[in-house]
Design a protein. Structure first.
Length: 204
């Protein structure tokens, strides 16, 4: 295994390893000895279920690299993870209800019972980094994407707290997000996102 630390513009993220081979971290019911094994593992907390027939190991979700490997396993190949999916990699918590990616393609089928939500916003190289083999948005760009979500979803996922957790965990400031938003003034909901970061600027 190559343990080279991944680089991310604007911040150092120690402990992000790059693996040459990344087998799927998702367990499927038909791969286990019996049909009830997955349910029993979930009941004792050994796995977290994605849907009725698949789950990921709880211990994998406890580390940044493990969460990156999980998202790499569930996201469509060749895509970049962003928004709520990227936030889950950076912060952990409950697995998101959607699989968020940057792509120019459209995906109609559900994956592990979840809708694939496609974002087609401008994503320059400095907004991207890697965790293992997963390509995803940086914490700064992820915070912007979260702040740009609709009012309804923002309330549902507690977006304001999520953004503040990203800033506290990865040591960046609202001004970093304001610079990103200033360069992309026509993103949907950009005025509201700019107002949010301006209001909390004095807190960081």
């Amino acid at each position: 295994m190559d343990t080279t630390t991944a680089s991310m513009p604007g911040a150092a993220l120690p402990g992000i390893a790059k693996a040459i081979h990344a087998p799927s971290t998702v367990l499927r019911a038909h791969d286990l000895p019996g049909p009830m094994i997955l349910q029993r593992l979930a009941l004792v907390g050994a796995v977290h279920k994605l849907d009725s027939a698949s789950a990921y190991l709880a211990e994998h979700a406890d580390t940044l690299y493990g969460r990156g490997a999980i998202v790499k396993s569930v996201a469509p190949g060749g895509t970049v993870s962003c928004a709520v999916s990227a936030a889950w990699v950076w912060l952990g918590g409950s697995f998101p209800k959607t699989i968020d990616i940057v792509s120019s393609s459209h995906f109609r089928s559900l994956i592990y019972g979840r809708r694939i939500r496609v974002f087609n916003r401008n994503t320059p190289p400095e907004h991207l980094t890697t965790v293992g083999q997963l390509r995803l948005t940086t914490p700064q760009r992820t915070a912007c994407d979260i702040a740009l979500l609709s009012d309804e979803e923002s309330i549902d996922i507690r977006a304001n707290e999520m953004v503040c957790s990203l800033m506290e965990s990865y040591a960046f400031r609202p001004t970093d997000c304001l610079h990103i938003l200033a360069a992309n003034r026509f993103w949907q909901n950009a005025p509201r996102a700019r107002q949010f970061f301006s209001v909390i600027e004095h807190c960081f």
